[in-house]
Each structure stands twice: as structure tokens, then as C-alpha cells.
Design a protein around this ligand. Structure first.
Ligand code: HEC
Ligand code: HEC
Ligand code: HEC
Ligand code: HEC
Length: 178
């Protein structure tokens, strides 16, 4: 009886020691070298992130080559939008100060979808933001529903033509509305 329990105790101990050894050795083999340098994560991760190539610029990175569009937008209702939000990251267009590929600028259906992604009325949309009902908006203007937004709105200064049109119609009450 007594002998048996001793044997069991020793076996149990061996199994426990085995598990501990496995964990200690396994940890050594499997944990990355820089683990724990700064905390419970891979220290090298910080360098890897810091060395990733920049993908997006700012609106200022477009300015040197597109001064006119830059200025138009900077003084418009769209002044707070990022160029790259409607186009694409600058790395796809410019490398080492030279144009390397066409920058997407959307037309027709895609353009309507882009504008409506911010301006379509809907549940939960902010109240103090200029929203439209797409179909109704075009019906109100008496044009076909396939009309794309830039046929009336300059994309970089959406109220430009509209304000201008109001001015030259000289309808005082319409001009004063704004
Ligand atoms: C609200 C979305 C939007 C923003 C923001 C925007 N663009 Fe555009 N852009 C467009 C669309 C749509 C077109 C193509 C349709 C058109 O020109 O009517 C276009 C066309 C262009 C073109 C080619 C035609 C032209 O007008 O010269 C250039 C260059 C351009 N954009 C540069 C810029 C730059 C630079 C900025 C930031 C200063 C910017 N865009 C911001 C939507 C946008
Ligand atoms: C190193 C100069 C340079 C920079 C910086 C630059 N572009 Fe351009 N881009 C060009 C040239 C050159 C063209 C072709 C001629 C033109 O339309 O003015 C062009 C054309 C475009 C077009 C029309 C489509 C095309 O590719 O022909 C769009 C849209 C555009 N750029 C957007 C942008 C945006 C947005 C930025 C900033 C994120 C930007 N560009 C930064 C040089 C530049
Ligand atoms: C990323 C969101 C976004 C996209 C995409 C966008 N806009 Fe805007 N738009 C805005 C913001 C923000 C304002 C300024 C709202 C304000 O002043 O409260 C604005 C203002 C406007 C206004 C002026 C409304 C007014 O009564 O003052 C018009 C018109 C307009 N946008 C048309 C367009 C058109 C056309 C397109 C597509 C080429 C477009 N927008 C794409 C965010 C967007
Ligand atoms: C046929 C010309 C025309 C077309 C096409 C057009 N609009 Fe307009 N839009 C106008 C006019 C004119 C106004 C000013 C109307 C007013 O103040 O009642 C306006 C006003 C707006 C406003 C401001 C609404 C507000 O209450 O402040 C937004 C946003 C707008 N348009 C977005 C768009 C978008 C997005 C598209 C494309 C789906 C588009 N528009 C297509 C002529 C047009």
C-alpha cells in the first residue's frame, strides 16, 4: 500500500517536472527575441512600424503640382476634405517628385456614389449637414436621374457655379437667400 503511493507520487512529480520543462524550453524556442524589451509585446514591432513606407501625404503634398485645384478647394465648402479621400494615396501617383501613374478621378456612376456617400439623406445622418434625396434633388432641377453631380457642381468647389448662376440671374431674393 505504502510503496504504491510512493511510486504514484514520484510519477506525478515526474509528469509535473516534464510539463514545467516543456513550458520553459517551449517559451525559449517560440518567443521572438525582442519579446518583453518594452512590455508584453515584440520590441522589434516598433522599428518595423516606424520603417513602413509612407502611403498617404497631405493636401499640401498635392499643392506643388496642382496649385489651381488646391486653391479652388481651399476656399470652398469642401476645404476640410482630404484630396486623397476622393482620389487615391499619393504613392500610387507620385514617386521621387515625378508622376508615375494616373491618379483615379471618378466619373459618372462612381462619382454619384462618391458624392452620395456623404450627402445622401438617411436614417441617423447628421441634421446640420447638407443632405439631399438623390432622385428628388435631380427632379427638382428638372434633369434626368442619370445626370452626374459635376454637371452642375464643380467637384472642388461645389457651390461655385450655383452661386455664380444666382448672381447673374440678378434675382435679388434668390441671391439674398444665401
Ligand atoms: C469631393 C471629392 C474630391 C476631393 C476632396 C478632391 N477631388 Fe479632385 N476630383 C474629384 C472628381 C470626382 C474628379 C473628376 C471629375 C471632375 O473633374 O469633374 C476630380 C478631378 C481632379 C483632377 C483632374 C481634373 C481637374 O479638375 O484638373 C485633379 C488634378 C484633381 N482632381 C486634384 C485634386 C486635388 C489636388 C485635391 C485636393 C486639393 C482634390 N482633387 C480633391 C473629386 C475630388
Ligand atoms: C510631382 C507632381 C505631382 C504631385 C505632387 C501630384 N500630382 Fe497629380 N498630376 C501630376 C501630373 C503631371 C498630372 C497630369 C497633368 C495634369 O493633369 O495636370 C497629374 C494629374 C492628376 C489627376 C488627373 C488624372 C491623371 O492622373 O492624369 C488627378 C486626379 C491628380 N493628379 C490628383 C493628385 C492628388 C490628389 C495629389 C496629392 C495627393 C497629386 N495629384 C499630387 C503631377 C503631380
Ligand atoms: C467625405 C465627405 C464628402 C464627400 C465625398 C463629398 N462632400 Fe460635399 N461636402 C462635405 C462637407 C464636409 C461639406 C461642408 C458642409 C458644411 O459646411 O457643413 C460639403 C459641402 C457640399 C456642398 C455645399 C452645400 C451647402 O449647402 O453649403 C455641396 C453642393 C456639395 N458638398 C456637393 C458635393 C459633391 C457634388 C460631391 C461629389 C463630387 C461631394 N460633395 C462629395 C463632405 C463631402
Ligand atoms: C442639374 C444641376 C444639378 C445636379 C446634376 C446636381 N445638383 Fe446639387 N444642387 C443644384 C442646385 C441648383 C443647388 C442649390 C439648390 C438650392 O439651394 O435649393 C444644389 C444644391 C446641392 C446641395 C446642397 C443642399 C442643401 O440643402 O444645402 C447638395 C449637398 C448637392 N446639391 C449635392 C448634389 C449631389 C451629390 C449631386 C449628384 C448626385 C448633385 N447635387 C447634382 C444643382 C444640381
Amino acid at each position: 500500500m505504502r510503496d504504491n503511493s510512493k511510486v504514484f507520487a514520484i510519477r506525478l512529480l515526474l509528469v509535473l517536472v516534464g510539463i514545467i520543462a516543456l513550458v520553459v524550453i517551449g517559451r525559449k524556442i517560440m518567443l521572438p527575441k525582442s519579446w518583453g524589451e518594452y512590455g508584453y509585446y515584440r520590441g522589434d514591432y516598433i522599428n518595423e512600424e516606424a520603417n513602413r513606407n509612407m502611403k498617404y501625404g497631405t493636401n499640401d503634398t498635392c499643392k506643388s503640382c496642382h496649385e489651381e485645384v488646391y486653391q479652388l478647394k481651399a476656399h470652398s465648402v469642401h476645404k476640410n476634405l482630404s484630396c486623397e479621400m476622393c482620389h487615391a494615396p499619393i504613392v500610387e501617383h507620385v514617386k521621387e517628385g515625378k508622376k508615375i501613374a494616373k491618379m483615379p478621378s471618378v466619373q459618372n456612376k462612381e462619382q454619384i456614389a462618391l458624392c452620395l456617400s456623404c450627402h445622401q439623406e438617411g436614417i441617423g445622418r447628421p441634421k446640420n449637414f447638407p443632405l439631399i434625396d438623390h432622385q428628388k434633388h435631380l427632379r427638382d432641377q428638372k434633369v434626368k436621374p442619370t445626370h452626374s453631380c459635376d454637371q452642375c457642381h464643380t467637384v472642388h468647389d461645389p457651390m461655385e457655379n450655383i452661386t455664380h448662376a444666382r448672381k447673374i440671374t440678378t434675382l435679388k431674393e434668390v441671391v439674398d437667400e444665401r
